[in-house]
Each structure stands twice: as structure tokens, then as C-alpha cells.
Design a protein around this ligand. Structure first.
Ligand SMILES: *[C@@H]1O[C@H](CO)[C@@H](O)[C@H](O)[C@H]1NC(C)=O
Ligand SMILES: *[C@@H]1O[C@H](CO)[C@@H](O)[C@H](O)[C@H]1NC(C)=O
Ligand SMILES: *[C@@H]1O[C@H](CO)[C@@H](O)[C@H](O)[C@H]1NC(C)=O
Ligand SMILES: *[C@@H]1O[C@H](CO)[C@@H](O)[C@H](O)[C@H]1NC(C)=O
Ligand SMILES: *[C@@H]1O[C@H](CO)[C@@H](O)[C@H](O)[C@H]1NC(C)=O
Length: 307
């Protein structure tokens, strides 16, 4: 009863601000970058669930999600010390995951046709390193995903503000490709090699991914479904309930989910210096999503993503 008007207000407010910013920008200082936001066309399929949930924020997320094994000791240093790590929860899903290790996540995504209440916002890209299976409520049970930092499309005021309101460190950035989930590497040695890269405007933060098709299945799809649907937080004051659906036409089409293996180079908080991980396994896919924003984290006590 409370979140509905606040979601609506948030969308209306953002929409009006964007119109204003657009107007101001085009009148006074239209830059090539602001112009390109308008003309950038994507190959992404339309949002298949907008008409099913007209009063919710919905969209599609196309891109690559991969698991970066890091040492549990490093994870313990990076994740704020007041939150436990639910090792038994990820081991229940991945019994063979190496001892002493923790599955960090890289997401490199293009957000497409995000809309609510009949208002659609421009597409944007984003990438970051996330930390699932975090015991935010100290109940030794409910898994949350800590997403402290995001590299996001510069100029997209709604998305940037939307993330910053969670306490996320937001880095406005340029992306290559500019308005798609990834691009093929021409004349690549390995089949199905694609890249995606985001670099902050000041050049300090960046993530670059290079992935090729693989037959190997190191992690089951159910593991990806599990962590992508954990409520997400940054400073812990509110939580984002991003419900990713794996059963709509954008995902169930032939080759809708591709297994990939590759390399991730990242320079982003909370890592102190540039990292490079190779032999990283993930999925390249598009999923529809429903997003419920700025919720009480406490209300997710016992939530297992299954509703
Ligand atoms: C849609 O939004 C309403 C109001 O915020 C919320 O109660 C409901 O759970 C959302 N639907 C889904 C499928 O998440
Ligand atoms: C996802 O993005 C890739 C790269 O742009 C594109 O080839 C593919 O068709 C997209 N998938 C969907 C379902 O839109
Ligand atoms: C995710 O995994 C945990 C166990 O680690 C389980 O309790 C929960 O039900 C799973 N959720 C989904 C959506 O699979
Ligand atoms: C958390 O739960 C797991 C699985 O039930 C159990 O093995 C572990 O001892 C518990 N940890 C604490 C600190 O209670
Ligand atoms: C997909 O799954 C969701 C949640 O599990 C369910 O509510 C919805 O009806 C399903 N949609 C389709 C198209 O099967």
C-alpha cells in the first residue's frame, strides 16, 4: 500500500526531471554524447512482459553474467565486516565449489525498454562486481546480494540517480558497444567471441569482458537463477527486488542462453587495484525482469526468491 504511490511518484518525478534536463541540454549545450543517446539503436528484442505488469517497473536485461571465484578471505575483507557470508547457502547449491573460495559475480548488462505506468525510459548499460550470499539481516539464512558500485551510462540521469539512491558508488561511463549487450570480436580465434566494455568518464574505473562460447557447464542454470534473484543492496538502508524471469520468449528462444568462458578485467571499488580474472564461466542471455525498488530489507527475512 505504501510502495505503490512511492514508485509512481518516483517514476513521474524522474520522468519530468529527464524532460527538463533534455530540454535544457538541447537548448543550451547539446553535446554529441547527449545526441547519441537519442539515436542509439539496439538489436534487443522488445520487453515481453510490459503489458502483463503495466503498473510495475519491467524491462529486459541482456548481457553476460559470470562467476568469479575469489578467496573467501578476500571476500571477507571486501564485504563490510558487520555482514556474515552464507557459505553453507552457496555450498548447498554448488557442492563441488573449491574450499576456501567464494563466488563473486560480474554482470555486464544492457537495460532495455524499462517502463512503468506507461512511461518508458531510455535504454542504458551497466556493469559491476557483486557479492551474493550476504547475511544482511544476521539470520544465518536469507541471502542478499551486495552491489556496492556500478559503472553506468553517462547522461542517463534516471538510472544514475536510481542507483545512487541505494547508496551505490555510481560511475558515469562510456560503453562499447554503446547500446547493446555485447559485440562480436571480428576474426576471433575462438567461436562466438564477444566483448563489452565500460569506462568511467574520468577514466579511473572500468570493466572489460571478453567471452567465447563453451560447452562446459561449471555452474548450473539454477545457481544463476538463485543469485540473480537475491534482493540487492548497497548501503543497506533499502533493498532492490529485481525479479529476473527465465521463462519468457527472450530467454527461451533457441540459443537464448549461451554458456561462455572468458576474461574479465576490472578496476572498480571495492577492489583496491585493477584485477584480471581469466577462465571465468558464465552465461550470455537476455531475461525479462520486474523490479520493485526501495523496499525495506527487513521485509525480505526468510525470502528465498520463490515468492
Ligand atoms: C508490482 O508492484 C506492486 C506494488 O509495488 C507490488 O506489490 C507487486 O508485488 C509487484 N509485482 C510483482 C510481480 O513484483
Ligand atoms: C542480446 O544482445 C545481443 C547482442 O547485441 C543480440 O545479438 C541478441 O539478439 C540480444 N537478445 C535478445 C533476446 O534481444
Ligand atoms: C537459493 O538457494 C538457497 C539455498 O542456498 C535456497 O534456500 C533458496 O530457496 C534458493 N532460491 C531459489 C529461488 O532457488
Ligand atoms: C548457519 O546455518 C548453517 C546451516 O544450517 C549451520 O551449519 C551453521 O552452523 C550456522 N551458523 C551459525 C553461526 O549459527
Ligand atoms: C514465468 O514465471 C513467473 C514466476 O515464476 C510466473 O509468475 C509466470 O507466470 C511465468 N510466465 C510464463 C510466460 O510462463
Amino acid at each position: 500500500m505504501y510502495s505503490k504511490p512511492s514508485n509512481l511518484q518516483y517514476f513521474l518525478f524522474s520522468f519530468v526531471s529527464l524532460l527538463f534536463l533534455r530540454y535544457a541540454a538541447s537548448t543550451y549545450f547539446e553535446t554529441p554524447q547527449q545526441m547519441s543517446l537519442g539515436v542509439c539503436t539496439t538489436v534487443d528484442q522488445p520487453n515481453p512482459i510490459a503489458s502483463i505488469y503495466p503498473n510495475n517497473a519491467t524491462g529486459t536485461l541482456n548481457g553476460t553474467v559470470a562467476i568469479i571465484p575469489i578467496s573467501l578471505a578476500l571476500a571477507r575483507q571486501l564485504i563490510p565486516s558487520q555482514y556474515g557470508i552464507l557459505e553453507h547457502a552457496y555450498r548447498a547449491l554448488l557442492p563441488d565449489f573449491p574450499q576456501g573460495m567464494y563466488p563473486a559475480i560480474v554482470q555486464a548488462l544492457h537495460d532495455h525498454e524499462v517502463q512503468a505506468f506507461g512511461y518508458k525510459i531510455d535504454d542504458f548499460s551497466r556493469t559491476g562486481i557483486e557479492f551474493p550470499f550476504v547475511d544482511l539481516l544476521n539470520d544465518n539464512h536469507t541471502s542478499f546480494k551486495w552491489a556496492p558500485s556500478l559503472i553506468m551510462s553517462a547522461g542517463h540521469d534516471i538510472a544514475l540517480k536510481g542507483a545512487a539512491d541505494y547508496g551505490t558508488n555510481v560511475f558515469p561511463a562510456f560503453f562499447d558497444p554503446g547500446c547493446d549487450a555485447y559485440s562480436a570480436v571480428p576474426h576471433a580465434e575462438k567461436p562466438g567471441t564477444t566483448y563489452f566494455s565500460g569506462r568511467s568518464l574520468n577514466g579511473a574505473e572500468g570493466i572489460t569482458t571478453l567471452f567465447s562460447s563453451t560447452e562446459d557447464e561449471l555452474f548450473p542454470l539454477s545457481f544463476f537463477q538463485n543469485f540473480t534473484n537475491q534482493p540487492t543492496f548497497a548501503d543497506g538502508k533499502t533493498c532492490d527486488n529485481m525479479i529476473r524471469l527465465f521463462n519468457t520468449s527472450v530467454t527461451t528462444a533457441p540459443n537464448g542462453i549461451e554458456r561462455v568462458k572468458g576474461t574479465v578485467r576490472a578496476n572498480i571499488h571495492p577492489f583496491g587495484e585493477e584485477q584480471e580474472w581469466s577462465g571465468v564461466y558464465g552465461l550470455r542471455m537476455d531475461t525479462a525482469f520486474i523490479e520493485n525498488n526501495y523496499l525495506s530489507c527487513e521485509d525480505f527475512r526468510g525470502y528465498d526468491g520463490l515468492e
